[in-house]
Design a protein around this ligand. Structure first.
Ligand code: HEM
Length: 219
């Protein structure tokens, strides 16, 4: 029965063609360092899934943000676990993406023909840091409030356009409900959408050029 169902789907969707075009290609000799890109992708998806669960209870308003997090931690079934995974997952993602970049640099995999893979990768690193920056404010506790006060002030110290950047980030001259709303929207919509799109281009380029291999004695 499964074979028939598969043949029916294959006939209509062309699954084998998709498989051949995307996954069925020669890989360089196995190396753990080459798994870090996939690990970054896994963490991005994990953050997405746990983040969606968190939005079920999280409220992005100064009056309720802190309490909604307390509620998730103490009263929601497995809320502590979902938040814990999301919290530590974010730190891990920054570390893993960074180490992935370091390995690409050390093996000189940014050279021809992978320059664009590297450039889009830089975008991915910045977007990943943006996720961390916007997410940090959401618990709306003393630490997150003052960290964002300092972080936005640093962004505001850019010559000439600093004040505009600060106002765009804060939604005005000071940290307020508008800032929380903006950071929330950036954290759950704008930056993830950009990340997904840039990851798509990044992976297309990896598939197009294949993976570089670690230089060995014969090279
Ligand atoms: C969310 C972040 C990222 C994801 C999901 C991601 C994903 C991947 C995947 C799955 C691969 C193929 C497997 C591997 O070589 O590990 C790869 C390769 C590559 N990545 Fe990333 N990456 C990310 C960030 C970055 C960053 C920050 C850079 C550099 C600034 C970068 C540059 C590259 C390059 C040049 C390759 C090709 C390496 C080769 O052919 O050996 N990536 N990436």
């Amino acid at each position: 029965m499964w074979r028939k169902l598969y043949a029916w789907l294959e006939d209509r969707l062309g699954l084998e063609e998709i498989y051949k075009a995307t996954l069925d290609r020669p890989e360089p000799k196995g190396n753990w360092w080459n798994t870090l890109g996939s690990a970054s992708l896994f963490l991005f998806l994990l953050q997405g899934v746990t983040g969606i669960f968190l939005t079920v209870y999280y409220t992005p308003s100064p009056d309720h943000a802190y309490d909604s997090i307390q509620y998730i931690m103490n009263d929601v079934a497995f809320g502590w676990l979902i938040r814990g995974i999301h919290h530590w997952g974010s730190t891990l993602m920054v570390i893993v993406v960074f180490v992935h970049m370091v390995r690409v640099f050390v093996t000189a995999s940014y050279k021809y023909p992978r320059e664009l893979t590297w450039i889009f990768g830089v975008g991915l690193l910045l977007l990943t840091l943006g996720m961390g920056f916007t997410g940090y404010l959401l618990p709306w506790n003393q630490r997150s409030y003052w960290a964002t006060e300092v972080g936005t002030r640093i962004a505001g110290s850019v010559p000439l356009i600093g004040d505009s950047i600060l106002r765009v980030l804060r939604g005005g001259p000071d940290l307020s409900a508008l800032t929380l709303q903006r950071f929330f929207s950036g954290h759950i919509w704008i930056i993830p959408a950009l990340l997904a799109a840039v990851i798509g281009v990044h992976l297309y380029l990896v598939m197009r050029h294949g993976e570089s291999h670690f230089p060995d004695k014969d090279d």
